[in-house]
Design a protein around this ligand. Structure first.
Ligand code: SF4
Length: 219
């Protein structure tokens, strides 16, 4: 998608004042390369939202430390980067009303993806790419409400993969990802990698996804 610099620079006159003033809890905004899944290796601007409705033991995001930012401030930060692809991540981005941000970014030609835990249904037409990483292997009582999208990405912790038989039918790409914990040893993480690789070889309807950005030590 071609991307005109003037379109990014706030020269739009059609923005609504309410959209520009909408506030969000933002942990960080940064430009990096997607490390996992279908778009591994593709540069994106990441907008990381504060707060989450789950508490996974392997979570490495401090989603309780954030700033309140107006949408216009988020826009001003994002347009600094020469990149028209955005990933909304968290925390859990779908805890927010994302329509104001969506309108501002779509008016400027951005492509919007999200990474969500799937517990909140995503409004139709909000996003260009939906990646759901369900955590119901850890929370049997948690219902996955977003049952369709582009990418299903499951952290493998030894769960029975039949758990996803129904959910898989709603997604185009199916990934298994080793559980990676920064505080654990190379051996511990390597063992998880080996286990997940073996499971994918036995179950080739899944593809292996590696969090290459973590192995490289970048965001
Ligand atoms: S759903 Fe994601 S952000 Fe929330 S606690 Fe789990 S890993 Fe962390």
């Amino acid at each position: 998608m071609e991307f005109e610099a003037c379109e990014r620079s706030g020269e739009h006159t059609g923005d609504s004042a309410a959209d520009l003033a909408m506030t969000y809890k933002i942990v960080e905004i940064f430009h990096s390369v997607q490390g996992e899944g279908v778009h591994a290796g593709v540069p994106h601007v990441f907008i990381r939202f504060g707060k989450c409705n789950l508490q996974c033991e392997w979570c490495d995001t401090d989603f309780e430390t954030y700033d309140e930012m107006a949408a216009v401030e988020i826009l001003a930060e994002v347009v600094k980067y020469p990149c028209n692809r955005i990933i909304l991540t968290g925390g859990e981005p779908m805890l927010n009303d994302l329509w104001p941000l969506q309108r501002l970014f779509k008016a400027r030609g951005y492509s919007l993806s999200c990474e969500s835990n799937g517990t909140i249904e995503i409004p139709e037409g909000l996003l260009d790419w939906i990646c759901i990483s369900p955590k119901d292997q850890m929370y049997p009582g948690v219902k996955i409400r977003q049952t369709h999208g582009d990418e299903l990405k499951c952290v493998y912790v030894g769960q029975n993969l039949e758990l996803y038989d129904e959910l898989k039918t709603g997604f185009t790409h199916h990934f298994l990802q080793p559980c990676y914990m920064e505080q654990e040893s190379v051996e511990w993480n390597g063992r998880n990698f080996g286990l997940t690789e073996a499971v994918v070889k036995e179950n080739p309807t899944w593809r292996l996804s590696l969090q290459t950005h973590k192995w490289m030590g970048v965001d």
